[in-house]
Design a protein around this ligand. Structure first.
Ligand code: SME
Length: 158
């Protein structure tokens, strides 16, 4: 059974990720169900970082379909190449968007969202979904987020 998370309120963002990652690993230990693991990942990330929205979109029939998330209700389907999520999937790369209003084709699920980071989730060479994080602050995400969020989604590989 999972215990409460230990949330690090002090320390750098890097230190906060470093404290959270082993806890996410422990939450996933012995659990093979992907939805259960994605759901706990979102909950742990939301509890630590209090972001506006954090969640997964999963590839189904050549579309991204809303998966486990924490935050306000969101759009359910995104086509390849559309929005930041669809662009990350099509380009197969992490996208950091400091100002969503300056991103052509950004899909505004909520007007409060100002900046965003999206990471593709690979299973072998195939993208099975994306992790999307939204902030109500401009320029909220940087390479530290990209590096550590990528480590977190790689936990799904094992
Ligand atoms: N803004 C995203 C859509 C998903 S929501 O932010 C939760 C996009 O442009 O792909």
């Amino acid at each position: 059974m999972a215990d409460d998370l230990t949330i690090t309120k002090t320390g750098t963002k890097k230190e906060q990720y470093q404290s959270l990652i082993p806890q996410i690993e422990a939450l996933m230990y012995g659990e093979a169900d992907q939805i259960a693991n994605l759901a706990n990942m979102c909950a742990a990330l939301k509890e630590q970082f209090k972001w506006f929205w954090v969640g997964f979109y999963l590839v189904k029939n050549d579309e991204l379909v809303l998966g486990p998330f924490q935050g306000p209700v969101a759009c359910t389907r995104i086509k390849k190449g559309k929005g930041v999520c669809g662009a990350s999937w099509a380009q197969q790369e992490i996208l950091i968007v400091p100002d969503v209003d300056a991103f052509p084709g950004h899909i505004a699920c909520a007007s409060a969202s100002k900046s965003e980071i999206v990471l593709p989730i690979f299973q072998g060479d195939t993208i099975i979904g994306v992790l999307d994080v939204d902030s109500e602050y401009l320029s909220h995400f940087d390479d530290v987020d990209a590096i550590y969020l990528n480590k977190i989604i790689k936990l799904l590989d094992v």
